[in-house]
Structure formats: C-alpha cells, structure tokens
Design a protein around this ligand. Structure first.
Ligand code: 6DK
Ligand code: ZN
Length: 369
C-alpha cells in the first residue's frame, strides 16, 4: 500500500466563479495569471469527489477597513477607482506598476479574494472547520502597502493575518510562503512584528530572480522586536525539488515553528515551484506539496489555511492543489518518490541555509546547477 495514514478533518473551501472576471483587458492577450487557474482547481476537486467532502465557505468582498489593515488609503482609493476607468486609463495605471494588468472588474475581484480569505481564516479560528483551502485570485504576496506588483493588487495573506489578530483572540501566526517567488509584500507588512513568523522558500539567485530585490536574501531577518521572525531560504538556482523543500522543512522551518508555537498557520500557497511550471523551473511534485501540508498540519492544533498565490501550469496547479486538499481532508497521501526525499546529511555548505547545514536535494538528478 503506497500511502501514509492521516487523521480525518473538516475542511473549508473558498471558490467563487466571479474571481474569474479579473482578466487582461484584451481577451486575446494570454497571461500566465489566467482565470482558468482557479477553475482547474475546482474541476479537479469535483472529479475526485473531494468537493463534496469540503465545507463551502461563503465568499465576501473585503471592506475598506479590512484593506487598510495593511494598505494605505490613497493606494486603496487608486485601486477602487479603476472600476470606473476606461481600458486606456487602466492600461496606463497598470504600466506604472511592475507586472500588473487591470480590467474594470479587477478591484472587485481583488476585494473578493481578500475578503473570502478572511472568512476562511475566521472559520478555522472559530472552529467551524479544522483547516481550509482558498482557491483565490488575483494573488497577493507581492502587494506592498502602497504598491501593486507581480500580478498582485491586495495582499490577501497579510490582510487576513492582521484581521484574525484584530478580530479573533489570535496572536501568533506562522506564514509559510512556498511560492517560487519571494513574498516581499508579506515580509514588508510584518518585518517588525514579533507575533508573525514569516518563512519563505524562493528562488533568489543573488537577487536576479523576480522580484529581483536584495530584501529576498537570507540577510533579511526582521527588525527591532521582529528580529528573528523573518526567514528567507533563497535558492541559488532553478531545479529545486521535493528533497530540497522537505529538507528545509525538516532542518529549519519545523524546529523554528515548534518553538514559535503558532495559533494559526497560513500558507502563501503558490504552485509555481511545481514540476512542469515554466516560470518556476523547479520539480516539486504533488506528493511533495502533500507532505509539506501534512507537516504543517501538526502545528497550531491543525489550524492551517492554504491560500493560492502563483502557479502557471494549469495541470500542475490542479494536481498539486488536489493533493494538498486530500491531506487537509485527512485522506491518505502518496509516498514520495525515493529520488526526491532528503539525502543523508553531508558536510558541503549550502548558500541558502548557511554553513552549518548539509547540502540539499543532492539526490535529484535533474537540477540545473
Ligand atoms: N512575468 C507570483 O507567482 C507572481 O509570485 C510572479 C510574478 C512574476 C512577474 C515577472 C514575470 C511574466 C512572465 C511570463 C509572461 C508574462 C509575465 F504573486 C504570485 F502570483 F504568486 O515572470
Ligand atoms: Zn510566484
């Protein structure tokens, strides 16, 4: 039997067909952040009978008050006004940001994504469901206080984190960001906050991989009272796989997380490090994401929320999201491919984790470096 047992749970799901309305102004423009991404997740859940086992969480728009927990009012108003703008004006505004497209529905959809993640986090914290998955878009982890970037308008994960801290009696939140890009916006929001541990694994490559900023380096450790609560595992190259990710979980994330003792865990859940994603150029498998989900389920009394960020291979996004939801539901997981599991420790230092830790993923034959 090639599966690993997993206790049953009650899993919330956010999906709203209206989140497909955010799309490039010219429908002939193909963009990786494609409305079909969330539909493909929904379809995979339906085909595998997982949909019926999930509890659907009612979606809602984030209010201005919610958005202002992270973003500034002028920025909020700039995005809100896009609902009345012409496509020409929208293209002009979008061009002032880095890697952004806008259409008249974008602001509404961004509020819907953000508000729905808040509702899912609330349901988990209040115990209506044990854990949950939010198939939301546009993504959020690059969005800064006053800046849209990297396909992101509002920082869904940061707003939901601040919301549960403000409205529920939740203090310590662990945010794990396994999107292949660094979540500069989440880092910015909590950089001085001792109550939010932000842990990101991403391609860094000396600051040449998007968002191409030195703030994504492992030197960014937090500031003031937040020192030690920001952890960047910046990969030096493409080609990372299950072994690399699980080794970083085993050696760094899980020990730090146990010590931090979070009351809620939120994953900025991009699937662009998945095998088959041409933007990410990595090799994480659905079983790899399932095992990472399973490890995180052991924290915070199982209060775990996965919020979709990137992921551009429609097949990989569907397969990986399904594998994660199956773990959330407590279904058995596929065992990992032997060639993707962590290698026995070696003494070779690794750029990303510092000199005292073994080299990662050395069993993976396909890596580019
Ligand atoms: N632009 C994200 O996955 C967003 O982190 C990544 C944003 C990358 C912007 C640079 C880039 C392309 C590439 C191909 C075609 C058009 C634009 F926020 C998340 F969605 F999660 O690669
Ligand atoms: Zn990404």
């Amino acid at each position: 039997m090639n599966t690993v047992a997993n206790p049953l749970s009650n899993t919330g799901l956010v999906y709203d067909v209206r989140m497909r309305f955010h799309a490039p102004g010219d429908p002939r423009d193909k963009h990786p952040e494609d409305p079909q991404r969330i539909w493909r997740i929904y379809d995979a859940l339906q085909r595998s009978q997982c949909l019926d086992k999930c509890v659907r969480i009612k979606t809602r728009e984030a209010t201005t008050e919610d958005i202002l927990l992270v973003h500034d009012l002028t920025y909020h108003d700039t995005i809100s006004r896009t609902a009345q703008a012409s496509q020409l004006q929208l293209d002009k505004l979008a061009s002032q940001y880095d890697s952004i497209y806008l259409c008249p529905e974008s602001a509404y959809v961004a509020r819907l994504a953000c508000g729905s993640l808040i509702e899912l986090c609330k349901a988990v914290v209040q115990g209506q469901v044990s854990n949950g998955f939010a198939a939301i878009r546009p993504p959020g982890h690059h969005a800064e206080r006053i800046e849209a970037m990297g396909f992101c308008l509002y920082n869904n994960v940061a707003v939901a984190t601040r919301w549960v801290q403000r409205h529920c009696q939740i203090k310590r939140v662990l945010i794990v960001d396994w999107d292949v890009h660094h979540g500069n916006g989440i880092q910015e929001a909590f950089y001085q906050d001792p109550d939010v541990l932000y842990f990101s694994l991403h391609r860094y490559e000396g600051g040449t991989f998007y968002p191409c900023s030195p703030v994504a380096s492992c030197d960014s450790i937090g500031m003031g009272p937040g020192v030690g609560r920001n952890v960047n595992v910046g990969w030096p190259c493409a080609g990372m796989g299950d072994g690399d990710y699980l080794h970083a979980f085993d050696q760094l994330l899980m020990p730090m997380a146990r010590e931090f003792d979070p009351e809620l865990v939120i994953v900025a859940c991009g699937f662009d490090a998945a095998k088959g994603d041409t933007l990410g150029e990595c090799f994480v498998t659905p079983a790899g994401y399932a095992h990472m989900t399973n490890l995180l389920k052991s924290l915070a009394g199982g209060r775990l929320v996965l919020a979709l960020e990137g992921g551009y291979s429609l097949d990989a996004v569907a397969d990986c999201a399904l594998a994660c939801v199956q773990v959330l539901l407590g279904e058995n997981m596929d065992i990992l491919d032997k060639n993707s599991t962590p290698d026995a420790p070696r003494s070779t230092p690794h750029d990303a984790l510092g000199t005292s830790l073994p080299r990662l993923g050395s069993l993976i034959p396909s890596r580019a470096c």
